[in-house]
Design a protein around this ligand. Structure first.
Ligand SMILES: [Zn+2]
Ligand SMILES: [Zn+2]
Ligand SMILES: [Zn+2]
Length: 153
């Protein structure tokens, strides 16, 4: 492996870089490229989308497998969230301290937003599931589909 010298961009979330370093990941050019694409896209992206967007933007020798592996590592560190259909969004709440997060996806334009919430809503959902079907909910993360403000108008 060759050494890469990396200039970290100012706009890249410092919390993300800290997370990566704390988990023992090097800040490589490939990882930064994937982060950059994720950070600047408001829609959920598949590994193939990311591959396309990074190859458009330039230089690196990123291949699909690399993109996939990077996403796996990011998912583990909650830098990205899986939202179904093999797509991911960049976590917009890297260091906000919200206990619960909802991802709202517009089914028309694809805009995806992450919203922090109190525990009340998920607590009542959890209670309901337990009561009705004896189900113990473990996910603290929800994906909701519908229409965004612009598309609804
Ligand atoms: Zn998040
Ligand atoms: Zn929309
Ligand atoms: Zn939050």
């Amino acid at each position: 492996m060759k050494k890469e010298s990396v200039n970290v961009k100012d706009n890249l979330n410092v919390a993300v870089l800290e997370k990566l370093k704390a988990a023992g990941h090097r800040i490589t050019k490939s990882r930064l490229q994937v982060l950059d694409v994720l950070e600047n896209t408001k829609k959920a992206l598949s590994p193939a989308d990311i591959f396309q967007l990074t190859s458009k933007s330039g230089s690196a020798e990123l291949d699909r497998v690399t993109v996939y592996r990077i996403l796996e590592a990011f998912e583990e560190l909650e830098i990205v969230h899986p939202v179904g259909n093999g797509r991911y969004i960049y976590c917009a709440h890297q260091s906000c301290g919200h206990e619960r997060h909802f991802i709202a996806i517009c089914t028309k334009c694809g805009e995806t937003k992450e919203v922090g919430a109190s525990t009340d809503f998920s607590d009542s959902l959890s209670t309901l599931l337990k009561k009705k079907i004896g189900f113990s909910m473990s996910s603290e993360f929800f994906v909701v589909r519908g229409l965004c403000k612009q598309c609804k108008a």
